[in-house]
Design a binder for this molecule. Sequence first.
Ligand code: C2E
Ligand code: CA
Ligand code: CA
Length: 257
Amino acid sequence: RTDQLVVYYQPKIDLDTGEVHSVEALVRWEHPIRGLLYPDSFLHLVEEFGLMPTLTRVVLDQALDQAAAWHAQGQQLTVAVNLSASSLVDSDLPRQVASMLAARNLLPGALQLEITEEFLMADPDRARSILTQLRGTGIQISVDDYGTGYSSLSYLRDLPIDELKLDRSFIFPMADDVRAAALVASTIALAHGLGLRMVAEGVETHVAYTELAALGCDQAQGYYTSRPVPAAELDYLLRNRRSANKLTDSPPITGLG
Ligand code: C2E
Ligand code: CA
Ligand code: CA
């Protein structure tokens, strides 16, 4: 039942300004009996039944509707949508996405697509062709869970991508492990050397947030600034963060609304 799928949003905060320019769309299933289900509990079934293209389309539809609504309110938020490796088989994807953007009068810059290293490695030639088409129109491409795969460094050099999202397993141990911190620092340098933006995932603490800012990481995403929430709640959060938050040292979210 695709009408039971809802999309939550989690902000990616610019570490140099505290502003939010993009949000990640994360799917939820509002099950009439079992309540709100998280993707880890149902995505494998969606995949197994061959329904991933349908799910991707439903999420893109909702996320782009929301982006259009935000733009109409004067909030130029970019939405990031996750693409599973199975989306690779769909060579019509670039055309579909282009027409979904056009139908809403959205510029391609309003959309980011998050792919995994699995997506890149399953069929590198095909991945390159689809990504080149998507990115050629102005859609941004982000590599999710960066660092967890077994892929080679060469794709960083060769593939058309804009952003790396460093997996949260690297962020968590950073605070009390100098080697973990060194790894994060050099990965940020690697990304910047290649002209890529670096986003840290799973930023849960003030310590991690300030450390990442000090290291020159571009954006942070995680429970420290916000859990994924429905769009209306995100609006509220972005508008009232300072007054609603009891912590005086919470990262500022400004520049919106
Ligand atoms: P992901 O793309 O790596 O998304 C980030 C996940 O980390 C989200 O889990 C988010 O709620 C969680 N997270 C965010 N901040 C923190 C934090 O500070 N600490 C911790 N421990 N976790 C944090 P979620 O929403 O349960 O999604 C799980 C995965 O399901 C996603 O991982 C993504 O791979 C997949 N997924 C979600 N939505 C979609 C979708 O629309 N399409 C596809 N193909 N996959 C999706
Ligand atoms: Ca993601
Ligand atoms: Ca991730």
